[in-house]
Design a protein around this ligand. Structure first.
Ligand SMILES: [Zn+2]
Length: 515
């Protein structure tokens, strides 16, 4: 059955936990893991589909023997190699005969597979993180690297570069790594962390990567394009649980197995770009007047916040410092000055996040302080009645931040009454990023109107709510936020909170850090 949905893509149903798609440019194969993706239950199979997604042969393989939970596949000289838990099996696609089998005893979850140098294939093992290089003729293997939770793998014959992406040990803090011929794997910069699965070369300078964002909580995922030359990344939102993708470089089509929905989606980058409602949407959790009125108890898990954005700021559980989100990771800067990454189950009481995609980028060349930089930005904004996310990065001569200590005893004090407990931090010659927003004054009370920034150093060890800064050659990126989405806590504290009009003055004091 074929139909068009959501992000204008073609859909084929009827698979069983499909994990990967591959092709030799003519024939297309989909691996189905069956009921379980880790168990030797013999219910895995491989289907053949047409380039436009019609099922040609539902159970093309195995014609003899079994597959348990087949994942990554690659075709080398008409042999379809499949990673199946602890073994790699090869089938001649012309006669469906098994022509290769290699068991790697120590392996539990062989995941993705690709052709590497002539006569070799590379395979990842997700449990150990081992990356194996297999000699096809000799049926021997060696370990050529180890990346914890390694998943997708792709090799470029021309540039002799091997890519590996990972899930992340906390199911969403994975990265993308590149290995050139005689060097070690190096993490690629300027891409958010994610739960990365499939990876493909588009051309010698671009790669495409599927990202579940988190696991097991979903809703949707991301598809990334990474530019190796300029070290820049860009994403589109996709459906959730997109596993090991295939990129067809003659048609530019992207084949995406949707693992938890037993579907294969076929689309291209342009089609996907058309309906991106999640990007540059401001997700506002909680109401700032309630927060500064004493509702510091967290109610939204960080893992849920990550589904609403990869960039933003807010408050940790029980006040306890400042929350900052950058590149899909959430950080807490405490009143002790310490900055740590927040666990997915940490709760926030108030947060504003977005999937950040800049519309305007410029560099502030002259040396400037906070008010000069913000003046410049304000002049760039099309209207003060619209919402913007703003990222300022570079080397700062000086930054002054603050963080609140945690609250302990109920009833919690109003924030304006504990300003004397703020801790201030001064950083000189600081490399980092300011993460923030400009919001229209009519949002005052729900959020803070005007500018609001938090800071995070490049080494992720310093941060806090911004009070002052100055610097030179700062890169300023502005995203025009199109939509506003608000969610409020379901706990009794919020539902019984009494909103009073006079909090605006308190909010002003809190934002400026003044008594
Ligand atoms: Zn703040």
């Amino acid at each position: 059955m074929l139909l068009q949905i959501g992000h204008s893509q073609q859909v084929t149903n009827g698979f069983s936990m499909p994990e990967s798609i591959t092709s030799n440019g003519e024939r297309f194969f989909v691996s189905s893991q069956g009921q379980d993706f880790m168990t030797k239950d013999g219910d895995g199979f491989i289907s053949e589909i047409s380039s436009d997604g019609k099922i040609l042969n539902h159970k093309f393989l195995p014609s003899k023997g079994i597959l348990n939970a087949p994942k990554g596949m690659t075709i080398v000289n008409n042999i379809l190699f499949v990673a199946d838990l602890d073994r790699v099996v090869g089938y001649n696609i012309k006669n469906r005969k098994t022509v290769f089998e290699l068991v790697i005893d120590e392996a539990k979850l062989l995941n993705d597979i690709c052709e590497s140098e002539n006569g070799f294939i590379a395979v990842t093992e997700t449990v150990s993180g081992n990356i194996y290089k297999i000699n096809i003729d000799k049926k021997s293997f060696e370990i050529i690297g180890n990346i914890p939770t390694a998943n997708g793998v792709a090799y470029n014959q021309k540039t002799k570069q091997l890519l590996v992406c990972s899930n992340g040990e906390n199911y969403g803090d994975g990265s993308v790594y590149l290995k050139t011929e005689n060097s070690e794997f190096k993490e690629l910069p300027n891409i958010s962390n994610g739960f990365f699965d499939g990876i493909e070369w588009v051309d010698n300078e671009h790669i495409i990567i599927s990202d579940w964002i988190t696991f097991p909580v979903n809703g949707y995922g991301k598809l990334w394009v990474y530019d190796l030359k300029n070290q820049q990344s860009e994403f589109n939102i996709t459906e959730e649980s997109i596993a090991d993708i295939y990129y067809d470089n003659t048609t530019s089509k992207i084949y995406m197995p949707q693992m938890f929905h037993n579907k294969v989606l076929i689309s291209d980058w342009e089609q996907l770009s058309k309906n991106q409602n999640e990007i540059n949407n401001l997700y506002n959790y909680g109401v700032i007047d309630a927060f500064i009125g004493g509702l510091y108890r967290g109610t939204l898990p960080i893992k849920d916040l990550k589904l609403k954005g990869d960039f933003g700021l807010g408050a940790p559980n029980m006040l306890n410092g400042e929350l900052t989100m950058l590149n899909g990771r959430a950080y807490q800067t405490k009143a002790t000055g310490e900055t740590i990454e927040l666990e997915n189950n940490h709760l926030t009481s108030f947060a504003s996040v977005t999937f950040f995609k800049a519309d305007t980028t410029f560099v502030q060349n002259s040396s400037a302080d906070k008010s000069a930089v913000l003046n410049t930005i304000e002049k760039m904004l099309p209207s003060k009645n619209k919402m913007y996310a703003i990222k300022i990065s570079g080397n700062f001569d000086h930054i002054k931040t603050r963080a609140f200590p945690p609250v302990e005893n109920e009833p919690f004090p109003k924030l304006a009454n504990i300003l004397d407990q703020q801790q201030f931090f001064d950083y000189e010659n600081a490399d980092g990023t300011l993460i923030g927003f400009f919001l229209p004054s009519y949002l005052n009370g729900i959020n803070a109107g005007g500018f609001h920034f938090h800071y995070l150093s490049n080494d992720k060890k310093q941060g806090g709510h911004i009070l002052e800064f100055n610097g030179k050659d700062l890169k300023i990126e502005i995203a025009n936020l199109k939509t506003f989405e608000m969610e409020t806590p379901n706990d009794n504290d919020f539902q019984n909170f009494e909103f009073i009009k006079t909090e605006n003055e308190s909010l002003r004091k809190v934002e400026q850090g003044k008594h």
